[in-house]
Design a protein around this ligand. Sequence first.
Ligand SMILES: [Zn+2]
Length: 521
Amino acid sequence: MQWLTKSWLVGRFRGTEIRFHFSMSFSLVFAYLIVRPEDLRGVLASLLGLGGIVICVLVHELGHTLAAQLLGIEVKSIVLWPLGGFTNLSRKPERPFHNLLVSGSGPLANIVILVVSSAVYLGLFFAVPGAALNQAPLLMRLLSTLAILNLVLVVFNLLPVYPLDGGQMMRSGLQMIVGKPNADLITMIVSIPVLLCLVAFALLTGDYILLAICILIALAVGTLSRRTLQWLNLGVNYLFRRAGYHYLQGDFDRVIRHLTQQIEREPAKVQPYLGRAIAYLHILKKEMARADLERALQLDPNNAIALGLLGNIYGMDKNYDAALQLGERDLQLRPNSSIPFFNRGGVYLELGEFRTALESFDKAIGLMPPLPPIVFLLRSMAHFRLGDLDSAHRDQEQALRLSPKDALIMFDVNLPVFEGYLDWAEDYYGRVISGKTHLPWAHQGRADGYRINGEYERAISDYTSGIELSPREAGLYLGRGKAYQALGERTRAADDFRKAKEVTGKSHQKRQAEECLRELG
Ligand SMILES: [Zn+2]
């Protein structure tokens, strides 16, 4: 898909590259087919119109760029293509309000042109005598076209469809009110029907440009922006696999609720038990997970996933013999899957048998390349202990390439991997924090590492840096609260737990915060 992102550099604005997407070269053909000018005058008028569209779209993207730059976000490039433009930010604004400002400033730039051109048009219309006006028909047409063009751009971009500006603004606004998971859900519930209505409208009126835009919103935008791809994935999951959707959102209580309903409907199906067990593990309800896995194994004694997960639980209980035994059975059932090797590597890492651990991780990674970042992090730990720093760093980078967020913040269930690996964590997160690309999750990850290893003061300092960067991330307040609690600073701990409860939209985090508060007394 590399060719899809091909573009040419045409200029710069305050250090930001302005590029033309290769499909811009088709726009002359499109314009010809749409307008079909009859003479040279018509050709010139169409070219002028096309140039006008490009300039108005560019002004729109410059609006986004300027707002982002004023908020301290570097803008890598603006890419223009026949149906609009993209502003590629180096990072997403942390606060929903900043995102709202960046999204809104594109349409705002068009509103400015709209207001100015209409005002000049009306001013001329009323102030200048008709006869004199007739002398300048081109100027009047230019002004009215400019106004209409920008009106269309404003209306279209403000439609509440993600990832259009209107959809982004709606999502950011909702995030400030109802939290991220609910905001995502509402945005999707609004976006999909509006997009479908647009498609229906385009089909009914035979407006193929609009139809093309709709399809491109769903497809081409996805190839150019990773976030939109993730978004589409989320949408598909929402429509067809509700539990999968909540899982991707990290809202484990909803996953459990949804799968429980499914189990009530079809109690003899294995899959929902496995899914619920994974969700229970995420919120650290080990015994509930164990019960679900045992039920799954009663239904299907050779279920490899159930065996693997049960092996994980034995590993957490430090019952390494049982874990390895289950792992062997799992391996016989799926000799070509990387998961049994990954699990075995994890056990040997815990046992301090780094060479065997490394062999298992190599095998896991060789068998199935698309693995979660944690596999590379664990192998990095084994390399680190064996003194091979280069290989350890290569694995860290691979994990970060796969998914920076998942590579930096461990799920609660994986936090124990930090135990005894503080030197590794300092090396890993230190490299990320001092590196060029500043990733705010690194502070949370290192803070978790410090906390698990009893270094509470340093944990608090990292959590605080994280909070400065993303003030609405509940995990940071929960972590800092626990660190304060460990130091006996009860008032500060309670403040943090209350704040976590306030900012989160996920019920398991709310419950966790309440449990922490109760524990404080
Ligand atoms: Zn825009």
